[in-house]
Every structure is written in structure tokens, then in C-alpha cells.
Design a binder for this molecule. Structure first.
Ligand code: NAD
Length: 249
């Protein structure tokens, strides 16, 4: 493992075009379960039943039962060393941008400067009727939150069945097709179209470094360096190595 950490750190230190792609796994240690964790939120709220745009349109009150529990988790969550490690890489000029599938705002809270939110952010809400936008703190305490026009608000996140915001899609594609190193953290690689980003990067000639507690669909067919373990622990080791290499010039 140490040998692979060293190799990953070398690759990152030598590249000027490193990109990160993160998924729910990076925030598991911050207290937000991913879709695969056993015994958690998603066993009670099947994402197919609660996280599709059709479900929201048909019965927003029902979907808000799930969203309220998610909101509590998001409010309590704090960035972990994997979030702050990526932010530090950005600060050191060794990471161009972070594309995240997460809606939890933890990269920004951890100090990251350039974050592309592929699936939106739960801190803002909007009305499907009149398009009015709200910050989450403006409608605090309302259950479920309603627009001035009376309709139930939807968080500004991409539900299954909704398109990816055009700007995030384009920017992610442009970065992936020009990157030299892609650092993939805590994603199963099973949710489309975010799972096309590693392939785009690979086709551009990028070295793919993957951090995950277990192998994924990406591991065998496009990952070059697989660092198995919890995101926060692996990132802590990786950052120690990077800091040492940078200090030694
Ligand atoms: P996923 O749930 O499909 O997969 C999570 C991956 O993270 C798995 O491969 C798992 O092995 C790995 N993992 C779990 N704990 C880890 C840890 N401590 N360290 C490293 N890896 C770990 O997640 P996904 O691929 O991001 O796709 C699911 C979708 O769910 C995404 O679209 C995302 O928007 C959404 N989601 C977001 C959040 C959030 O914002 N925090 C939480 C749940 C789901």
C-alpha cells in the first residue's frame, strides 16, 4: 500500500492538470450514508421511490419525509480529512478542480475553491411552479417548505430522471478531456452520466487514481492506482507524502 501511495503522490506532484471526482463515499465518515451503506437511511427510503423527479411531482409531501431526514444529516455533517486534503491540494496548486456528485456542500466547507456540483446543492431550494429561489436558511422551520405562491419547494438537487445542469456538464467534460490525472474518491461509478467522467479522462490519457473501501466497476478496467481504504485515512497518508515531496522540491 505504501508503495502505491508514494506512486500516487509522485504522479500528482508531477502533473499540472489533476482533477478530482468525488461521490457519496467521501462523506460517509462525515456522517452522511452513501446509497450502499447497510442499515441506513436508504434502506428505509428506496432512492427509486423517493429520489426520482416523478416521485416528487406526484407526492412532494411524501418525498419531504425523506428530505427532512437528509437535511438533519447535512446540518450535522462536517468536512473530514478527505475533504480538507483535496482543498489543501487546490491551495498548493496541485488540483485544478473537484467535480462532486454530492449535494452536501462539504468540499466548500472544507476550504475548496473550485467545486463543480454535478448534482446541485441542497442549500438552495426552488419552486417548480414559478421558479422562485430560496436559501435554505430563509425557509428554516417550515415543514415542508413552501414558496410564496403556495407550492411545495424542491431542493436544488438533481433527482433521478432530471438532467445535469448544463454548465456543470460542459465544464466537467472540458476538464476531464484535458486532464493528466484523475483522482476518483468514494464513488461506485454506477450513477450515469457522472460515471462517464473517468472514461473521458482515461481516453485523454489521464492516470486514474481511485480511493475506495472496495473495488468498483472502474477498478479493473480503467484504474491505474487503486488505494483501498477509507477516504479520510488514505487521503491523510497521501497528503503526508505529497507535502514531503513538495517540501523536498
Ligand atoms: P454510491 O452510494 O453509489 O457509492 C458510494 C461509494 O463509496 C461505494 O463505492 C463505496 O464502496 C464507497 N465508500 C463508502 N464509504 C467509503 C469511505 N469511507 N471511503 C471511501 N469510499 C467509501 O455513491 P455515488 O457513486 O456518489 O452515487 C450515488 C449518488 O447518490 C450520487 O449521485 C450522489 O449525488 C448521491 N448521494 C449523495 C450524498 C451526499 O451528498 N453526501 C449521499 C448519498 C447519495
Amino acid at each position: 500500500m505504501q508503495e502505491r501511495i508514494t506512486r500516487a503522490a509522485q504522479v500528482i506532484c508531477q502533473s499540472k492538470r489533476t482533477l478530482a471526482l468525488t461521490g457519496a463515499g467521501i462523506s460517509v465518515e462525515s456522517g452522511i450514508p452513501d446509497f450502499r451503506s447497510r442499515g441506513g437511511l436508504w434502506e428505509r427510503f428506496d432512492p427509486i421511490e423517493y429520489a426520482t423527479i416523478e416521485a416528487f411531482q406526484a407526492d412532494p409531501k411524501k418525498v419531504w419525509q425523506m428530505l427532512e431526514e437528509v437535511s438533519v444529516l447535512l446540518d450535522q455533517a462536517r468536512p473530514n480529512p478527505a475533504h480538507t486534503g483535496l482543498a489543501r491540494l487546490q491551495e498548493m496548486g496541485l488540483l485544478q478542480a473537484i467535480i462532486t456528485q454530492n449535494i452536501d456542500n462539504l468540499h466548500q466547507e472544507g476550504g475548496a475553491s473550485r467545486v463543480i456540483e454535478y448534482h446541485g446543492n441542497a442549500k438552495t431550494l426552488f419552486c417548480l411552479g414559478c421558479n422562485q429561489r430560496y436559501n435554505a436558511n430563509e425557509i428554516e422551520g417550515q415543514r415542508p417548505p413552501k414558496c410564496d405562491c403556495g407550492k411545495i419547494l424542491k431542493p436544488n438537487v438533481v433527482f433521478f430522471g432530471e438532467p445535469i445542469p448544463r454548465k456543470a456538464l460542459q465544464e466537467s467534460y472540458d476538464l476531464a478531456s484535458n486532464c493528466g490525472v484523475l483522482l476518483v474518491l468514494g464513488t461506485s461509478g454506477e450513477v450515469a452520466p457522472a460515471n462517464t467522467i473517468p472514461q473521458t479522462a482515461k481516453m485523454a490519457g489521464a492516470t486514474v487514481i481511485e480511493i475506495n473501501v472496495e473495488p468498483t466497476v472502474l477498478t479493473n478496467y480503467l484504474t491505474d492506482i487503486f488505494l483501498q481504504g477509507k477516504a479520510s485515512e488514505v487521503m491523510t497518508q497521501l497528503m503526508e507524502e505529497v507535502e514531503t515531496m513538495v517540501a523536498q522540491g
